[in-house]
Design a protein around this ligand. Structure first.
Ligand code: LLP
Length: 381
Protein backbone atom coordinates (compact mmCIF):
# COMPACT_ATOMS: atom_id res chain seq x y z
CA UNK A 1 0.00 0.00 0.00
CA UNK A 2 1.28 3.48 -0.85
CA UNK A 3 2.26 5.91 1.93
CA UNK A 4 -0.37 8.32 0.65
CA UNK A 5 -3.09 5.68 1.05
CA UNK A 6 -1.96 4.94 4.59
CA UNK A 7 -2.00 8.61 5.46
CA UNK A 8 -5.41 9.11 3.88
CA UNK A 9 -6.82 6.25 5.95
CA UNK A 10 -5.61 7.83 9.19
CA UNK A 11 -7.16 11.16 8.21
CA UNK A 12 -10.49 9.40 7.87
CA UNK A 13 -10.31 6.83 10.66
CA UNK A 14 -7.77 8.25 13.14
CA UNK A 15 -4.98 6.38 14.95
CA UNK A 16 -4.01 3.88 16.20
CA UNK A 17 -5.50 1.50 13.65
CA UNK A 18 -4.58 -1.71 11.88
CA UNK A 19 -5.00 -1.45 8.13
CA UNK A 20 -4.94 -4.59 5.97
CA UNK A 21 -4.49 -4.77 2.21
CA UNK A 22 -6.91 -7.44 0.99
CA UNK A 23 -5.35 -7.53 -2.48
CA UNK A 24 -1.96 -8.39 -0.98
CA UNK A 25 -3.54 -11.23 1.02
CA UNK A 26 -5.11 -12.57 -2.18
CA UNK A 27 -1.78 -12.28 -3.98
CA UNK A 28 -0.03 -14.35 -1.27
CA UNK A 29 -2.82 -16.94 -1.46
CA UNK A 30 -2.48 -17.16 -5.24
CA UNK A 31 1.29 -17.55 -5.03
CA UNK A 32 0.99 -20.52 -2.70
CA UNK A 33 -1.92 -22.11 -4.56
CA UNK A 34 -0.13 -21.94 -7.89
CA UNK A 35 3.13 -23.39 -6.58
CA UNK A 36 1.58 -26.10 -4.41
CA UNK A 37 -0.73 -27.80 -6.87
CA UNK A 38 -2.69 -30.79 -5.53
CA UNK A 39 -1.63 -29.91 -2.00
CA UNK A 40 -4.16 -28.99 0.68
CA UNK A 41 -3.54 -25.58 2.20
CA UNK A 42 -4.92 -24.59 5.59
CA UNK A 43 -4.59 -21.04 6.87
CA UNK A 44 -3.28 -21.08 10.47
CA UNK A 45 -5.69 -18.41 11.59
CA UNK A 46 -3.93 -17.69 14.90
CA UNK A 47 -1.89 -15.24 12.81
CA UNK A 48 -4.94 -13.07 12.24
CA UNK A 49 -8.39 -14.16 13.33
CA UNK A 50 -10.29 -11.19 11.98
CA UNK A 51 -13.44 -12.92 10.63
CA UNK A 52 -13.34 -10.97 7.35
CA UNK A 53 -9.76 -12.02 6.76
CA UNK A 54 -10.53 -15.64 7.61
CA UNK A 55 -13.43 -15.44 5.13
CA UNK A 56 -11.27 -13.83 2.45
CA UNK A 57 -8.60 -16.53 2.73
CA UNK A 58 -11.17 -19.33 2.78
CA UNK A 59 -12.67 -17.86 -0.40
CA UNK A 60 -9.27 -18.39 -2.05
CA UNK A 61 -9.56 -22.14 -1.51
CA UNK A 62 -7.86 -22.54 1.87
CA UNK A 63 -9.04 -24.66 4.78
CA UNK A 64 -8.54 -23.26 8.29
CA UNK A 65 -6.11 -24.59 10.92
CA UNK A 66 -7.20 -23.70 14.45
CA UNK A 67 -5.83 -23.97 17.98
CA UNK A 68 -8.84 -23.32 20.20
CA UNK A 69 -12.62 -23.69 20.33
CA UNK A 70 -12.77 -19.91 19.90
CA UNK A 71 -10.93 -20.10 16.59
CA UNK A 72 -13.19 -22.93 15.45
CA UNK A 73 -16.19 -20.75 16.26
CA UNK A 74 -14.73 -17.86 14.22
CA UNK A 75 -14.14 -20.17 11.26
CA UNK A 76 -17.62 -21.71 11.52
CA UNK A 77 -19.23 -18.26 11.75
CA UNK A 78 -17.26 -17.27 8.65
CA UNK A 79 -19.07 -20.08 6.86
CA UNK A 80 -16.26 -22.63 6.73
CA UNK A 81 -17.55 -26.20 7.03
CA UNK A 82 -16.13 -28.36 9.85
CA UNK A 83 -14.68 -30.71 7.24
CA UNK A 84 -12.30 -27.93 6.14
CA UNK A 85 -11.12 -27.10 9.65
CA UNK A 86 -8.22 -28.75 11.49
CA UNK A 87 -7.28 -28.34 15.14
CA UNK A 88 -3.89 -28.74 16.81
CA UNK A 89 -3.40 -27.96 20.49
CA UNK A 90 -1.36 -29.10 23.47
CA UNK A 91 -2.41 -29.13 27.13
CA UNK A 92 -6.15 -29.41 26.55
CA UNK A 93 -8.53 -31.39 28.72
CA UNK A 94 -10.78 -34.32 27.86
CA UNK A 95 -13.92 -32.22 27.53
CA UNK A 96 -12.35 -29.82 25.02
CA UNK A 97 -10.88 -32.59 22.89
CA UNK A 98 -14.12 -34.59 22.79
CA UNK A 99 -16.20 -31.55 21.96
CA UNK A 100 -13.88 -30.55 19.08
CA UNK A 101 -13.99 -34.08 17.63
CA UNK A 102 -17.80 -34.15 17.94
CA UNK A 103 -18.01 -31.00 15.82
CA UNK A 104 -16.46 -32.94 12.94
CA UNK A 105 -13.17 -31.04 13.02
CA UNK A 106 -10.02 -33.04 12.32
CA UNK A 107 -7.69 -33.06 15.32
CA UNK A 108 -3.95 -33.58 15.12
CA UNK A 109 -3.49 -35.35 18.46
CA UNK A 110 -0.64 -33.78 20.39
CA UNK A 111 0.20 -36.29 23.14
CA UNK A 112 -0.15 -39.91 24.21
CA UNK A 113 -2.81 -38.72 26.67
CA UNK A 114 -4.83 -37.15 23.85
CA UNK A 115 -4.58 -40.44 21.91
CA UNK A 116 -5.82 -42.27 25.03
CA UNK A 117 -8.80 -39.92 25.44
CA UNK A 118 -9.62 -40.18 21.75
CA UNK A 119 -9.41 -43.98 21.88
CA UNK A 120 -11.67 -44.17 24.94
CA UNK A 121 -14.36 -42.05 23.31
CA UNK A 122 -14.01 -43.00 19.66
CA UNK A 123 -12.47 -46.50 19.40
CA UNK A 124 -11.89 -47.94 15.95
CA UNK A 125 -11.54 -44.56 14.23
CA UNK A 126 -8.76 -43.14 12.06
CA UNK A 127 -6.48 -40.60 13.74
CA UNK A 128 -3.87 -37.97 12.97
CA UNK A 129 -0.96 -37.50 15.36
CA UNK A 130 1.49 -34.61 15.70
CA UNK A 131 5.09 -35.78 16.05
CA UNK A 132 8.14 -34.02 17.41
CA UNK A 133 10.99 -35.45 15.36
CA UNK A 134 13.55 -33.05 16.79
CA UNK A 135 13.84 -30.87 13.72
CA UNK A 136 13.17 -27.23 14.52
CA UNK A 137 13.53 -23.80 12.97
CA UNK A 138 12.29 -20.26 13.40
CA UNK A 139 13.10 -16.68 14.25
CA UNK A 140 13.26 -17.04 18.05
CA UNK A 141 13.54 -19.83 20.64
CA UNK A 142 9.90 -19.13 21.64
CA UNK A 143 8.64 -20.27 18.25
CA UNK A 144 10.82 -23.31 17.54
CA UNK A 145 8.57 -26.31 17.95
CA UNK A 146 10.83 -29.27 17.22
CA UNK A 147 13.48 -30.57 19.60
CA UNK A 148 13.88 -31.83 23.15
CA UNK A 149 12.74 -28.53 24.69
CA UNK A 150 9.48 -28.30 22.78
CA UNK A 151 6.17 -29.02 24.50
CA UNK A 152 4.53 -30.00 21.20
CA UNK A 153 3.71 -33.36 19.70
CA UNK A 154 4.50 -36.96 20.57
CA UNK A 155 8.24 -37.21 21.06
CA UNK A 156 10.22 -39.28 18.58
CA UNK A 157 11.26 -41.60 21.44
CA UNK A 158 7.61 -42.56 22.07
CA UNK A 159 6.54 -43.77 18.67
CA UNK A 160 6.47 -47.40 19.84
CA UNK A 161 4.16 -46.47 22.73
CA UNK A 162 2.01 -44.45 20.34
CA UNK A 163 1.51 -47.47 18.09
CA UNK A 164 0.70 -49.73 21.08
CA UNK A 165 -1.82 -47.24 22.35
CA UNK A 166 -3.46 -46.97 18.96
CA UNK A 167 -3.69 -50.74 18.82
CA UNK A 168 -5.26 -50.90 22.29
CA UNK A 169 -8.21 -48.82 21.03
CA UNK A 170 -8.18 -50.21 17.50
CA UNK A 171 -7.28 -46.76 16.16
CA UNK A 172 -5.70 -46.50 12.73
CA UNK A 173 -2.93 -43.90 12.42
CA UNK A 174 -3.69 -42.65 8.93
CA UNK A 175 -2.26 -39.14 9.26
CA UNK A 176 0.87 -37.59 10.75
CA UNK A 177 1.54 -33.95 11.36
CA UNK A 178 4.69 -31.95 12.06
CA UNK A 179 5.27 -28.22 12.46
CA UNK A 180 8.91 -27.26 12.99
CA UNK A 181 8.52 -23.59 13.93
CA UNK A 182 7.64 -20.14 12.70
CA UNK A 183 9.18 -17.64 10.29
CA UNK A 184 11.58 -20.17 8.81
CA UNK A 185 13.58 -18.28 6.20
CA UNK A 186 14.94 -20.99 3.90
CA UNK A 187 13.53 -23.82 1.79
CA UNK A 188 16.36 -26.16 2.83
CA UNK A 189 15.19 -26.10 6.48
CA UNK A 190 11.65 -27.14 5.48
CA UNK A 191 12.97 -29.86 3.21
CA UNK A 192 15.09 -31.23 6.04
CA UNK A 193 12.01 -31.36 8.29
CA UNK A 194 9.97 -33.01 5.57
CA UNK A 195 12.65 -35.62 4.90
CA UNK A 196 12.68 -36.60 8.55
CA UNK A 197 8.88 -36.93 8.67
CA UNK A 198 8.88 -38.92 5.43
CA UNK A 199 11.53 -41.27 6.79
CA UNK A 200 9.42 -41.86 9.91
CA UNK A 201 6.30 -42.26 7.77
CA UNK A 202 7.72 -45.47 6.30
CA UNK A 203 7.31 -47.08 9.72
CA UNK A 204 3.53 -46.44 9.61
CA UNK A 205 1.72 -48.76 7.24
CA UNK A 206 -1.73 -47.23 6.92
CA UNK A 207 -1.02 -43.60 6.06
CA UNK A 208 -3.27 -41.52 3.84
CA UNK A 209 -2.23 -37.96 4.63
CA UNK A 210 0.86 -36.09 5.86
CA UNK A 211 0.72 -32.55 7.22
CA UNK A 212 3.91 -30.50 7.22
CA UNK A 213 2.75 -27.51 9.27
CA UNK A 214 3.35 -23.84 8.54
CA UNK A 215 6.20 -21.49 9.38
CA UNK A 216 6.78 -19.93 5.94
CA UNK A 217 9.00 -16.92 6.60
CA UNK A 218 8.62 -13.37 5.29
CA UNK A 219 11.24 -10.63 4.92
CA UNK A 220 10.86 -8.27 7.89
CA UNK A 221 14.02 -6.22 7.37
CA UNK A 222 14.92 -4.53 4.12
CA UNK A 223 17.41 -6.90 2.51
CA UNK A 224 16.07 -10.00 4.29
CA UNK A 225 16.00 -12.98 2.01
CA UNK A 226 12.55 -13.93 0.66
CA UNK A 227 11.43 -17.54 0.92
CA UNK A 228 11.67 -18.99 -2.58
CA UNK A 229 8.17 -20.43 -3.04
CA UNK A 230 8.77 -21.56 -6.63
CA UNK A 231 11.79 -23.61 -5.59
CA UNK A 232 9.94 -24.82 -2.48
CA UNK A 233 6.99 -26.03 -4.58
CA UNK A 234 9.28 -27.88 -6.99
CA UNK A 235 11.28 -29.58 -4.23
CA UNK A 236 8.13 -30.64 -2.41
CA UNK A 237 6.73 -32.17 -5.57
CA UNK A 238 9.92 -34.16 -6.13
CA UNK A 239 10.11 -35.32 -2.52
CA UNK A 240 6.50 -36.46 -2.45
CA UNK A 241 6.49 -38.29 -5.75
CA UNK A 242 9.61 -40.20 -4.63
CA UNK A 243 7.92 -41.01 -1.34
CA UNK A 244 4.71 -42.15 -3.00
CA UNK A 245 6.63 -44.45 -5.30
CA UNK A 246 8.52 -46.09 -2.45
CA UNK A 247 5.51 -46.22 -0.12
CA UNK A 248 3.49 -47.81 -2.89
CA UNK A 249 0.56 -45.47 -2.52
CA UNK A 250 -0.37 -41.85 -3.23
CA UNK A 251 -0.38 -39.82 -0.02
CA UNK A 252 -2.28 -36.55 0.29
CA UNK A 253 -0.19 -33.74 1.76
CA UNK A 254 -0.87 -30.38 3.32
CA UNK A 255 0.70 -27.22 4.73
CA UNK A 256 -0.61 -24.72 7.30
CA UNK A 257 0.85 -21.26 6.63
CA UNK A 258 -0.30 -18.42 8.83
CA UNK A 259 2.08 -15.46 8.74
CA UNK A 260 2.90 -15.81 5.04
CA UNK A 261 -0.63 -14.92 3.96
CA UNK A 262 -1.21 -11.89 6.14
CA UNK A 263 1.97 -10.39 7.65
CA UNK A 264 3.00 -8.15 4.77
CA UNK A 265 -0.58 -7.02 4.17
CA UNK A 266 -0.93 -5.25 7.51
CA UNK A 267 0.34 -1.99 8.98
CA UNK A 268 -0.19 -0.60 12.45
CA UNK A 269 -0.69 3.14 11.98
CA UNK A 270 0.18 5.29 14.97
CA UNK A 271 0.66 8.98 15.74
CA UNK A 272 3.66 10.71 17.23
CA UNK A 273 2.56 12.11 20.59
CA UNK A 274 5.81 13.20 22.24
CA UNK A 275 9.47 13.73 21.41
CA UNK A 276 11.95 13.50 24.27
CA UNK A 277 15.54 14.49 23.53
CA UNK A 278 17.66 13.02 26.32
CA UNK A 279 21.45 13.46 26.47
CA UNK A 280 22.16 10.12 24.79
CA UNK A 281 18.90 9.21 23.09
CA UNK A 282 15.88 10.68 21.38
CA UNK A 283 12.59 8.98 22.21
CA UNK A 284 9.72 9.36 19.79
CA UNK A 285 6.56 8.54 21.74
CA UNK A 286 3.48 7.21 19.94
CA UNK A 287 -0.16 6.57 20.83
CA UNK A 288 0.16 2.77 20.76
CA UNK A 289 2.39 0.22 22.39
CA UNK A 290 3.24 -3.36 23.19
CA UNK A 291 -0.42 -4.01 23.95
CA UNK A 292 -1.14 -3.46 20.23
CA UNK A 293 1.95 -5.12 18.76
CA UNK A 294 3.92 -7.21 21.20
CA UNK A 295 6.40 -8.79 18.76
CA UNK A 296 9.25 -6.28 19.28
CA UNK A 297 8.98 -6.52 23.09
CA UNK A 298 8.41 -10.27 23.15
CA UNK A 299 10.86 -11.52 20.52
CA UNK A 300 12.96 -8.44 19.82
CA UNK A 301 11.39 -8.57 16.36
CA UNK A 302 12.22 -6.02 13.72
CA UNK A 303 9.36 -4.18 11.97
CA UNK A 304 10.15 -1.51 9.40
CA UNK A 305 8.76 1.87 10.50
CA UNK A 306 8.03 4.66 8.03
CA UNK A 307 7.13 8.24 8.76
CA UNK A 308 4.33 8.46 6.23
CA UNK A 309 3.77 12.15 6.99
CA UNK A 310 7.35 12.98 5.95
CA UNK A 311 8.74 9.96 4.10
CA UNK A 312 11.56 11.85 2.40
CA UNK A 313 12.69 13.83 5.44
CA UNK A 314 16.28 13.77 6.71
CA UNK A 315 16.96 10.55 8.64
CA UNK A 316 17.43 10.69 12.40
CA UNK A 317 18.39 7.97 14.81
CA UNK A 318 15.59 7.58 17.36
CA UNK A 319 13.98 5.07 19.69
CA UNK A 320 10.27 4.67 19.05
CA UNK A 321 8.43 4.07 22.28
CA UNK A 322 4.83 3.27 23.16
CA UNK A 323 2.50 4.58 25.85
CA UNK A 324 2.52 1.48 28.04
CA UNK A 325 4.03 1.61 31.50
CA UNK A 326 6.99 -0.71 30.85
CA UNK A 327 10.55 0.11 29.80
CA UNK A 328 10.40 -2.73 27.29
CA UNK A 329 7.58 -0.97 25.45
CA UNK A 330 9.60 0.08 22.41
CA UNK A 331 8.85 -0.64 18.77
CA UNK A 332 12.39 0.12 17.56
CA UNK A 333 15.67 0.99 19.23
CA UNK A 334 18.16 3.45 17.71
CA UNK A 335 16.43 3.31 14.34
CA UNK A 336 17.08 5.69 11.47
CA UNK A 337 13.78 7.17 10.34
CA UNK A 338 12.73 10.33 8.53
CA UNK A 339 12.56 13.30 10.91
CA UNK A 340 9.40 13.29 13.00
CA UNK A 341 7.30 16.00 14.60
CA UNK A 342 4.32 15.73 16.90
CA UNK A 343 1.23 14.62 15.01
CA UNK A 344 3.13 12.71 12.29
CA UNK A 345 1.77 9.30 11.34
CA UNK A 346 4.13 6.33 11.52
CA UNK A 347 3.40 3.06 9.74
CA UNK A 348 4.71 -0.02 11.52
CA UNK A 349 4.94 -2.46 8.64
CA UNK A 350 4.47 -6.22 8.27
CA UNK A 351 2.13 -6.21 11.25
CA UNK A 352 -0.69 -8.23 9.70
CA UNK A 353 0.35 -11.45 11.42
CA UNK A 354 0.50 -11.89 15.19
CA UNK A 355 -0.25 -8.19 15.60
CA UNK A 356 -3.89 -7.64 16.49
CA UNK A 357 -4.18 -11.38 17.24
CA UNK A 358 -1.75 -11.00 20.16
CA UNK A 359 -3.00 -7.59 21.30
CA UNK A 360 -4.50 -6.89 24.70
CA UNK A 361 -6.09 -4.16 26.79
CA UNK A 362 -3.05 -3.99 29.09
CA UNK A 363 -2.93 -0.74 31.10
CA UNK A 364 -6.65 -0.48 30.27
CA UNK A 365 -5.74 0.94 26.88
CA UNK A 366 -8.13 -0.51 24.38
CA UNK A 367 -7.21 -2.47 21.29
CA UNK A 368 -7.02 -0.56 18.00
CA UNK A 369 -9.74 -0.83 15.35
CA UNK A 370 -9.06 -2.88 12.22
CA UNK A 371 -9.76 -1.86 8.61
CA UNK A 372 -9.58 -3.82 5.38
CA UNK A 373 -8.86 -2.30 1.98
CA UNK A 374 -10.17 -4.17 -1.06
CA UNK A 375 -9.80 -2.43 -4.38
CA UNK A 376 -10.00 1.23 -3.43
CA UNK A 377 -12.58 0.70 -0.70
CA UNK A 378 -11.69 0.65 2.99
CA UNK A 379 -14.11 -0.69 5.59
CA UNK A 380 -13.97 -1.50 9.25
CA UNK A 381 -13.67 -5.22 9.92
N1 LLP B 1 0.73 -24.83 12.42
C1 LLP B 1 1.02 -24.94 13.72
C2 LLP B 1 0.78 -26.22 14.37
C3 LLP B 1 1.52 -23.85 14.44
O1 LLP B 1 1.81 -23.97 15.72
C4 LLP B 1 1.74 -22.61 13.77
C5 LLP B 1 2.24 -21.43 14.50
C6 LLP B 1 1.42 -22.54 12.40
C7 LLP B 1 0.92 -23.67 11.76
C8 LLP B 1 1.58 -21.28 11.60
O2 LLP B 1 2.87 -20.76 11.65
P1 LLP B 1 3.25 -19.54 10.69
O3 LLP B 1 3.05 -20.01 9.27
O4 LLP B 1 2.36 -18.41 11.01
O5 LLP B 1 4.67 -19.25 11.01
N2 LLP B 1 3.63 -15.27 17.70
C9 LLP B 1 4.79 -15.70 16.95
C10 LLP B 1 4.48 -16.88 16.05
C11 LLP B 1 3.89 -18.07 16.77
C12 LLP B 1 3.55 -19.20 15.85
C13 LLP B 1 2.83 -20.29 16.56
N3 LLP B 1 2.48 -21.40 15.75
C14 LLP B 1 5.33 -14.51 16.16
O6 LLP B 1 4.76 -13.43 16.24
O7 LLP B 1 6.36 -14.63 15.49
Amino acid sequence: MQNSELLKATKKFGTPIYLYDGEKIKEQCRELKSNFLNIDLYYACKANTNPEIVKLIASQGFGIETVSPGEIAIARRAGIPASKITFTCSSIDEQELVSVVKQGVKVHLDSLYQVEIFGKHFPGREISVRLNLWVGGGHHSHVITGGPDSKFGVDVSQIKQLKELAQKYNLKITELQQHIGSNVPRVSIFIKGMQVLLKTAFTFSELKHLHFGGGFGIPYKIGDEKLNIVKFGKEVKKLISNFNRKYGKKIQISFEPGRYLVAEAGSLLVKVTDIKKNPTKTFVGVNSGMNHLVRPAMYDSHHEIINVSNPNGKKEKVTIAGNICESGDVFAKNRLIAKTKIGDVLAIKNAGAYGYAMSSDYNSRLKPKEFLMLGKKIRRV
